[in-house]
Design a protein around this ligand. Structure first.
Ligand SMILES: [Zn+2]
Length: 216
């Protein structure tokens, strides 16, 4: 989508316009307060219209031809944290912490390292999940490679399938040469989401079975 703006009687075209406030993360129609055009760069100062927020933020655009501008960078506002269900938090507090650190890195555009963080979060989730299921295996699980744990110790086929693929992509993030060039960070996050949702469902189902045992 294109956005047109008049600056110093010249019409310029922008490739994007903010629709979310980087501070309150609400969907907004921002107020444009100020613009500063300096050769190939244009900076726009916006204000969030929400009365609870009212913060200012800047979008910086660049151009190669003086009339069409592309978004180059934006103000980093407040960091969004992912909140996990009670089930996931009780299985693996480390997973929720590491996942959010990776998420933090991603929001700061540290894209070369956040994948490794997500991969580490997944390892804690799977291993903590397996240890919770059978604490007698704790020492073995802790030392075993993650791929092997999934292969040998995860019995649910849905969790196994999603977790395995997440590991393939996650390991790729640590390698010099990528094997899964078509897949990206978004796919890795989707697979991790899928994995923890399956784990969450299994936990929930188990809780209800314990609370409401089979009737004779
Ligand atoms: Zn706001």
């Amino acid at each position: 989508m294109e956005y047109r703006l008049k600056i110093k009687n010249e019409e310029i075209v922008l490739d994007s316009w903010p629709s979310e406030c980087p501070f309150c993360h609400k969907h907004i129609e921002p107020l444009l307060l100020f613009n500063d055009l300096d050769r190939q760069y244009l900076e726009l100062v916006f204000k969030c219209p929400s009365n609870y927020c009212n913060r200012l933020f800047i979008h910086r655009y660049r151009t190669h031809n003086d009339y069409s501008f592309f978004l180059d960078s934006t103000t980093i506002g407040s960091i969004k944290e992912v909140t996990f269900s009670e089930e996931i938090r009780s299985i693996s507090p480390s997973f929720t912490q590491i996942f959010n650190q990776a998420h933090f890195a991603e929001q700061h555009k540290l894209l070369e390292i956040c994948g490794v963080g997500y991969r580490k979060a997944l390892e804690f989730l799977i291993k903590d999940f397996l240890i919770k299921k059978d604490s007698s295996k704790a020492e073995v699980i802790k030392k075993k490679a993650l791929g092997k744990c999934i292969q040998e110790d995860v019995s649910d086929t849905k969790i196994k399938s999603a977790a395995q693929r997440a590991v393939w992509l996650g390991n790729d993030e640590t390698h010099y040469v990528k094997k899964w060039t078509e897949e990206n960070l978004e796919s890795l996050k989707k697979l991790i989401n899928l994995t923890y949702h399956w784990i969450e469902m299994e936990e929930l189902a188990k809780e209800f079975e314990e609370k409401m045992p089979n009737q004779k």
